[in-house]
Write a protein that binds this ligand. Structure first.
Ligand code: NAD
Ligand code: RM4
Length: 262
């Protein structure tokens, strides 16, 4: 119960990495608001349950969770979501900017619309949520703002020329937020997952290119891919008292995959 009496908002919190974060934060005693996008962007290829089902199963296990639908790239919807959290719970202790999309595309085939959507959801969405959260955290002089970045914030990807820049941008956003809100006792940190099989890459890794999945496993010293719960553990750490003096940090969770030059 490391997060007892905390109120946490997880964007894209109903499946994959976000779902693991929502479930783990509830186990640690936090009230969890699960943000989700009920449209085409959130369609599941990996058979993930709905946000309502995830919230209900948390509650059935003795945890505290509710859902809130909002497109994180829509400033009005983000403002209403933060209002909902404050009206329902009285405060926001932890924001986890986790929502993201990655429509794998050859560089020469990325359309302007695709570039805009990936940037709007991944980077602008993180900015809008972090800014709205900071406004309600600053008066209370406490809070944690966390980001799901990626090893793709450091490395490129031939099919991710729209996605990788958004993750590099998130690292820089995270550091700027840390500088802007530190004097109010608020920390800002980012977790950088390696490859985790979720809806975002299920088609690519499980159906189109299982050889690519095996390549990632082979180059990982621990000989397995990270799982959503591995990322959730790092988020719990950053949200906990143990990380009270950590701000502006990036933590890679990839079993050593990204240090392997062979
Ligand atoms: P996922 O597709 O299962 O989860 C993404 C979540 O974001 C979904 O719940 C989706 O509905 C939500 N979302 C998408 N657009 C949204 C919007 N406009 N507004 C609100 N929510 C929206 O994939 P995942 O792997 O769990 O991804 C979670 C985060 O982890 C993403 O930011 C992703 O970039 C990052 N990440 C994933 C991996 C990986 O290998 N899976 C690696 C590094 C980083
Ligand atoms: C991650 C990383 C993974 C990819 C996902 C979508 O940041 O690049 O390899 O599968 O994004």
């Amino acid at each position: 119960m490391r997060l007892k009496e905390k109120v946490t908002l997880v964007t894209g919190g109903s499946r994959g990495i976000g779902r693991a974060i929502s479930e783990r934060f509830a186990i640690e005693g936090s009230q969890v608001v699960i943000n989700y996008l009920p449209d085409a962007d959130s369609s599941s290829t990996a058979g993930s349950p709905s946000a309502e089902d995830v919230a209900q199963s948390i509650v059935a296990s003795g945890g505290m969770a509710s859902c809130y639908p909002a497109d994180v790239s829509d400033s009005k919807a983000v403002g209403q979501m933060i209002d909902y959290v404050i009206e329902s719970y009285g405060r926001l202790d932890v924001l986890i900017c986790n929502a993201g999309i990655c429509p794998f595309s050859r560089f020469t085939e990325i359309t302007e619309e695709q570039w805009d959507r990936v940037n709007d959801v991944n980077l602008k969405g993180a900015f809008l949520c972090a800014q709205a959260a900071a406004k309600v955290m600053i008066p209370r002089k406490t809070g944690r703002i966390l980001f799901t970045s990626s090893v793709s914030s450091i490395f490129g990807g031939s099919l991710q020329a729209h996605y990788c820049p958004t993750k590099g941008g998130i690292n820089q956003l995270m550091k700027s937020v840390a500088l802007a809100v530190g004097e109010y006792g608020i920390t800002s940190n980012a977790v950088l997952p390696g490859t985790v099989v979720t809806d975002i890459n299920y088609q690519q890794l499980e159906i189109d290119s299982p050889d690519l999945k095996q390549y990632f496993i082979d180059r990982t010293p621990l000989r397995r891919l990270a799982e959503p719960k591995d990322i959730a553990s790092a988020m719990v750490f950053f949200a906990s008292e143990d990380a009270a003096m950590i701000s502006g940090a990036t933590l890679v969770i990839d079993g050593g995959m990204s240090i392997n030059l062979q």
